[in-house]
Design a protein around this ligand. Structure first.
Ligand code: FE2
Length: 290
């Protein structure tokens, strides 16, 4: 007489090492996909970082000057117009003195250049809106990106210098070309700046600070993007991939090279994968202090 169905009558399965490995691999894959999926859902939860930067030689007239910073917007296949527009409104709400845009405006084709510039045309700052270009701008055509930005009322600083004047005092604002694709002559760019003049430099790539050091030039503050902070970071281990020969050194936040300070923003958009893990997008509001 049959008392139990076959599957209950069978002796319990003996787990082999192979079974355990298979189950572990499946669990890790499922967990990984879940984390990436969550990162995709929250990849546009932008954070505002308020950063005070001390510049000892900053003229007193510029003490308290604010610079709002947007970078690596990457309007395109993963980053839509509405999100950029929302970031523009956040920046305008901060009522900054200066707005700095440090390159990589699109991702996925030339057709995103004009819409991105259209969104940025709404930016408002007391002194002005300044931009430099990044490597992705060269991929779609640096001149077309620069032209679209100029039409949008942005001052494009490809190896250019601007002198801000307030109550008879000066602050020097310089923009360098992309580190990989440009041909910046730092000595020529900075030749009119007095050695003790306070200098803020816009550079897409934070590694440019090494070039300043190698050429014995100086930046009090370099404002950069490019790394996206790694885009995917792990607690305690940091980002497994940073597009820099200096690894984690300039991956994110405020860092130093000798007496120079360089801030690397995590940026707004994403590339390769539409996800951010433990690395939210960032708008920065700098306040300069003497
Ligand atoms: Fe980028």
């Amino acid at each position: 007489m049959k008392l139990l169905p076959d599957f209950l009558a069978r002796p319990p399965k003996q787990w082999t090492r192979r079974d355990v490995l298979k189950l572990s691999a499946a669990s890790v894959t499922t967990l990984g996909l879940g984390v990436l999926g969550y990162g995709c859902a929250i990849r546009q939860s932008v954070e505002l970082s308020r950063v005070e930067v001390k510049i000892p030689n900053l003229p007193s007239a510029f003490d308290g000057l604010t610079i709002a910073h947007l970078t690596d917007i990457h309007h395109g296949i993963y980053t839509n117009f509405e999100y950029i527009d929302r970031c523009v409104q956040i920046v305008n709400g901060l009522q900054p003195d200066v707005i700095a845009l440090t390159g990589d405006f699109t991702y996925g084709g030339k057709r995103y250049v004009e819409p991105c510039a259209e969104a940025l045309s709404q930016l408002r700052a007391r002194v002005g809106v300044y931009a430099v270009l990044g490597n992705h701008d060269y991929y779609v055509g640096a001149s077309s990106v620069a032209l679209a930005l100029k039409r949008a009322g942005v001052t494009v600083m490809i190896d250019q210098l601007d002198r801000l004047e307030l109550r008879g005092e000066r602050l020097w604002l310089a923009g360098v070309d992309d580190f990989y694709y440009g041909t910046t002559d730092l000595h020529r760019l900075l030749r009119d700046v007095p050695r003790d003049g306070a200098r803020v430099v816009l550079s897409h790539n934070p590694d440019f600070i090494e070039e300043f050091a190698a050429k014995n030039e100086h930046a009090d503050l370099m404002i950069s993007g490019h790394t996206h902070g790694g885009q995917i970071r792990f607690p305690w281990a940091g980002a497994p991939h940073i597009v820099s020969p200096y690894g984690q050194q300039y991956a994110a936040g405020l860092n130093r090279k000798d007496a120079m300070q360089v801030y690397t923003s995590r940026g707004l958009g994403t590339i390769l994968l539409p996800t951010r893990v433990d690395c939210p997008p960032e708008i920065v509001l700098f306040t300069l202090r003497s």
